[in-house]
Design a binder for this molecule. Structure first.
Ligand code: SF4
Length: 390
């Protein structure tokens, strides 16, 4: 089991009103300094690590010029053979030349943030691209020969009636992407779009509409030959994200760049969020780490269950720590028969949610975890783990 590398590039050309990631307006004068700091941080923290996967997220990694981003890819890949290297991109910063450079540097996967094919909804989302721009970007990625392309899509958006959702699905699936990630809009109350909804300037969709859209998404993705392998992710056979699968399996990763999180055995750590402070610390030879926490065995177990239940494979009892397997299997045998059997599948070696159950997975998982805590010895299980993705 290897260790992945996650690299956070915080820059975006504009800040979307629904975003609460670690982001900053693009600052071209700092691009070179940020790239150098990331390479330096890798040397300090993981000098001999040959990563099992390499993932550039953000922000918008493709805000960095192709030459700089390629330097980062080469420097961090450390000539690992057959490495999955993913770069997140937004249409407005994709160029044919930039994609060609990335392909030559070893990038195997590009994840394109399209979000919607509806011109009005792209404006509501404050996106910096048009539908035509997204089509051009997708074509440029394909023509550069990037082997695997993911497109990101959002649903549950204010004003997104069924016909507008169907039109976005039609458009994106007609591109024949290898991978589709689709997320329901979820807002931190502090972001501008949440305030617009609270004040009535935008009208939220009712919950039932989001569920109907999710159900339509699942049916359309299936008809397009995409396997639904995680709550929000679909892939053609052989095109699943190795990096994200490793993350959902609880494997170690090193996070580089401002605000990046790292995870290893029982330790979670995170870097300072502000990029100027990040660069300053690295340039002065200081650590960029801002905080760390040790997870108890119980917290780690709950996280494994939580992440496992997001995937179609579910939580596989035999992959849990040996001391906990039987307690979790026992809790599943007691809990699952009391649930809607169209949502929960219990096998001899695992428990998973069905596609219909995925929509309810947050509530189902919380309820199951409460059952595990009751069933397992109190010294082994404790709550309080924070479950988050990069
Ligand atoms: S492009 Fe993505 S990361 Fe950047 S502001 Fe918009 S949602 Fe956030």
């Amino acid at each position: 089991m290897g260790t992945g590398i996650y690299v956070h590039v915080p820059f975006c050309r504009s800040i979307c009103p629904y975003c609460d990631f670690t982001v900053a307006l693009s600052d071209p004068a700092q691009f070179g300094a940020l790239a150098s700091a990331i390479l330096q941080e890798a040397e300090l923290r993981a000098p001999n690590l040959v990563p099992s996967t390499l993932y550039f997220g953000g922000g918008t990694p493709t805000e960095l010029p192709g030459e700089l981003l390629s330097r980062l890819v080469r420097g961090l890949a450390r000539a690992a053979a057959g490495l999955e290297v993913t770069v997140e991109a937004n249409p407005e910063s994709v160029t044919a030349e930039g994609m060609r450079r990335l392909r030559e540097a070893g990038v195997t996967r590009v994840s394109l943030g399209v979000q919607s094919a509806d011109p009005g909804l792209l404006r509501t989302l404050g996106r910096g691209h048009t539908l035509e721009g997204a089509r051009d970007a997708y074509r440029a990625i394909r023509e550069a020969g990037i082997p695997t392309v993911n497109v990101d899509l959002m649903f549950g958006l204010p004003g997104q009636d069924p016909s507008r959702w169907e039109a976005s699905l039609d458009e994106l699936l007609s591109w024949e992407p290898d991978h589709l990630s689709a997320y329901a809009l979820e807002l931190n109350p502090a972001v501008p779009m949440a305030r617009a909804l609270a004040s009535g300037r935008l009208r939220a969709l009712p919950d039932e509409a989001g569920e109907a859209q999710y159900s339509r998404l699942c049916a359309r993705a299936r008809a397009a030959g995409l396997e639904h392998y995680e709550v929000s992710n679909f892939a053609r056979p052989g095109a699943r994200s190795e990096h994200n699968q490793a993350y959902w399996s609880g494997r170690a990763y090193v996070g580089l760049g401002p605000g990046a999180h790292s995870f290893r055995e029982s330790e979670r750590a995170w870097n300072v969020r502000r990029y100027r402070e990040y660069i300053r610390r690295i340039q002065s030879g200081e650590s960029a780490l801002e905080g760390r926490e040790d997870l108890s065995a119980g917290q780690r177990l709950l996280e494994r269950i939580f992440l496992g239940l997001r995937t179609a494979s579910g939580v596989v009892f035999g992959e849990l720590p040996s001391g906990d397997r039987e307690a979790v299997a026992e809790a599943a045998r007691a809990w699952a028969p009391r649930q809607n059997l169209e949502w929960v599948a219990l096998g001899a070696d695992r428990m998973s949610f069905t596609e219909a159950g995925f929509w309810y997975s947050q509530g189902l998982t919380a309820d199951f975890i409460a059952g595990v805590e009751t069933a397992a010895p109190p010294t082994s299980i404790s709550t309080g783990g924070s479950f988050r993705e990069n």
